[in-house]
Design a protein around this ligand. Sequence first.
Ligand code: 6PG
Length: 245
Amino acid sequence: MTELVVVPDLDAMAELAVDRVSEAAAQIGAALFSLVLAGGSTPQRFHRALALRPTFPWWRTLVLFGDDRVVPPSHEDSNYRAAKASLLDRVSPAGLLRIPTEAPDPVVAAQAYEAMLTLVPGGRTSVTVLGMGEDGHTASLFPGVPVPEDRDVMAVPEPSPGLHPRVSVTDRFLERAGLVLVLVSGAAKAERLAEVLAQSRAGEGEGALPLARVLRRRAGKRTIILADEASAEHLPRGREGGEGA
Ligand code: 6PG
């Protein structure tokens, strides 16, 4: 089920996301906890807040990435570089699976990362954080770009004009994931978020936006959308507070 929680701002979003991730880690006792990070700007405050949570069990946490741009890990557009600055340089996770974006080409990088994912117990990650672009993309799953059904990781050579090639987890990976947290902020995303939620409730149907596809496929799983007031502007009121979206 998709749960929508509307929060006042990014600080509140960050704290609530840290609470949900911490709860998920606590629920599995001393088992290995796997946390998939998203790229973009919205999660950065969440990363900094998570680094400050003293009780978070980093000693049993494996950090992964949902997608990255095919640039060197030191490149200013690298999701890994951003997460390194906002989180990874401040904590000591038991393990880190970075998408090898310096590989000779996106296909090779995607194949290598898919092989790394076999290290995740049961092939199912504990918590996966996602964002949403203004076009309804999530991770690096973009509108109109076919997604293989037989892979957990794909190369995205040309996401859209002017964007770096990317490597991304697929719908199949996200369907199987444990808790998914979607962080959405900003008025520029308000119409699209309303469209995504409407599409996700419409059941089957061609041409759904990537995030709507993922929400549909996860109908039986727990997905929490944390949206700030600005991005929730076009949503039916009274849905916040954790009711089904
Ligand atoms: C990326 C992200 C992407 C991101 C959205 C939202 O590599 O860019 O994985 O899916 O989550 O584009 O980005 P913002 O949070 O910057 O709006």
